[in-house]
Design a protein around this ligand. Structure first.
Ligand SMILES: *Cc1c(COP(=O)(O)O)cnc(C)c1O
Length: 452
């Protein structure tokens, strides 16, 4: 239902534009505005150190992590063939003739979180981190170990006995549930996942196969989160992973920035005044892209430019940030349905915690149509041999929109970047897909093929 309060004219214009259900690049008017923040680089380093302490345990629990000594990380790969396809698209789409109308300047990379081990999506970063935080606190409080011990002690009977008394629960559109559920089960916790209506059957089955309780909700993500939160409140032995409000999740995601910095160094990719870095990340409730962006801005400051991708039917972070989270608006309030095949992004109302943190550091948000997403999913497979789920294909419209839209050109001009764009690096973050069953993936691919 539309809210009664009258809107400012510029907000009306934004709502009207969103209601068109068309791809759009919104620039954040508060980018680079001064703002204080109580999360610091120290918190990110602390999270990274915790993941390091857990690494020996994870390597033992998940043989697939042997090669990385227990760290859950993805590769940064260069993507020349996909770059060529996106450049062709940008030159066709150009709203105005520009010096970049022939190609996307710079170099294209893909941060392949769709390959992340254990959970198969970006949720392996935040979700698993929060489960580990709970396990560490319980074990320290119970005197089972100290921070200096080898955390493999947590796979022993006393720890498992302790953990088995507790239930970890979460509300999810699918992937967060997978990551929390699989990690909880591996440590011996009970787990309960409240799944929203979008959640794919195979994600629920994968959890049930691990002994995780799955509660199916007929309503959307926000309702599933609320139901999970309420159920956990009644139970002193329950910990609810609150995707809308958790700083812990956020910090788990932020560690990605330290890992990426190392990978950029290894590949001799500079990020400085002469070499701007652009990063494009799909956004649902905001925790994953928000945490990653926060970490990147801590490290690279004004030299990194971060953009979020949202489906045209579910631009919840755009709506929230454009209204400064004033009216508690959902995408339904502006006449949108929240219906998208990008289940990881099917969120009607974004995290206000994350939105507030993004206010001075996020460059903008672009919206993506279903057809664009599926076409890019198909092109990515054909050009680079990478197989992702629809949510994870949303970022590829970013570089296209940056160079072919009027708003994108304005951003480059205002930031004084036009003359150095040929030295830019673009990173598209592919956020999930490793565990998509082949028959499901084939349907996605065929839909993309029919559009290409
Ligand atoms: C959850 C998810 C996102 C977005 O993360 P949020 O924290 O919800 O913003 C992006 N892609 C995939 C595949 C996801 O599962």
């Amino acid at each position: 239902m539309p809210k009664a309060k009258p809107l400012a004219p510029d907000q009306q214009a934004i709502h009207a534009t969103l209601a068109l259900d068309q791809p759009w690049l919104w620039l954040n008017p508060n980018y680079a505005a001064p703002q204080t923040c109580d999360i610091t680089r120290h918190d990110i380093d602390d999270a990274a150190a915790r993941l390091q302490r857990f690494a020996p345990l994870l390597a033992q629990l998940f043989p697939e992590l042997g090669a990385s000594s227990g760290l859950i990380e993805s590769q940064l790969v260069s993507a020349e063939a996909m770059h060529a396809l996106l450049s062709a698209e940008a030159s066709q789409n150009a709203e105005i003739p520009t010096e970049f109308s022939q190609a996307i300047p710079g170099k294209l990379w893909i941060k392949t979180d769709h390959q992340l081990p254990v959970a198969g999506s970006v949720k392996a970063r935040g979700g698993i981190y929060e489960v580990l935080c709970v396990a560490e606190r319980l074990a320290l409080d119970a005197g089972l170990m100290t921070e200096a011990d080898n955390y493999r002690v947590l796979s022993g009977d006393p720890a498992r006995q302790l953990f088995s008394q507790y239930t970890l629960s979460v509300g999810s559109t699918g992937n967060l549930g997978l990551s929390i559920g699989l990690m909880s089960a591996a440590l011996g916790f009970k787990a309960c996942v409240h799944m929203s209506v979008e959640a794919k059957q195979w994600k629920k089955q994968r959890l049930r196969d691990q002994g995780v309780r799955v509660v199916e909700h007929v309503r959307d993500y926000s309702s599933a989160v609320a139901a999970g939160r309420e159920a956990a409140e009644q139970d002193p032995f329950a910990h609810f992973v609150d995707d809308e409000n958790s700083k812990t999740l956020f910090l788990g995601y932020s560690v990605a920035a330290l890992r990426l910095q190392k990978q950029l160094n290894e590949q001799s990719v500079p990020v400085d005044r002469e070499h701007p870095l652009f990063v494009y990340i799909p956004c649902g409730v905001g925790g994953a892209p928000g945490g990653i962006t926060f970490g990147l801005k801590q490290i690279f400051g004004e030299h990194v430019h971060c953009f979020f991708a949202e489906p045209t039917q579910a631009p919840c972070m755009l709506l929230g940030m454009a209204n400064d989270f004033n009216d508690d608006l959902t995408v339904y309030d502006v006449g949108l349905s929240n219906a998208t095949e990008a289940d990881g992004l099917a969120v009607g109302q974004a995290s206000e915690l994350v939105g507030g943190l993004m206010r001075p550091i996020l460059s903008g948000i672009f919206t993506v149509s279903e057809n664009q997403m599926f076409r890019h999913l198909y092109q990515l497979d054909n050009s680079e041999g990478l197989q992702v789920e629809p949510s994870a294909a949303a970022g590829f419209s970013g570089p296209v929109q940056l160079v072919s839209s009027e708003a994108g050109q304005r951003y480059l001009l205002e930031q004084g970047l036009q003359s150095i764009m040929h030295k830019a690096n673009h990173i598209v973050w592919t956020t999930g897909g490793r565990f998509v069953p082949p028959e499901q993936y084939k349907k996605y691919w065929e839909r993309g093929e029919s559009l290409a």
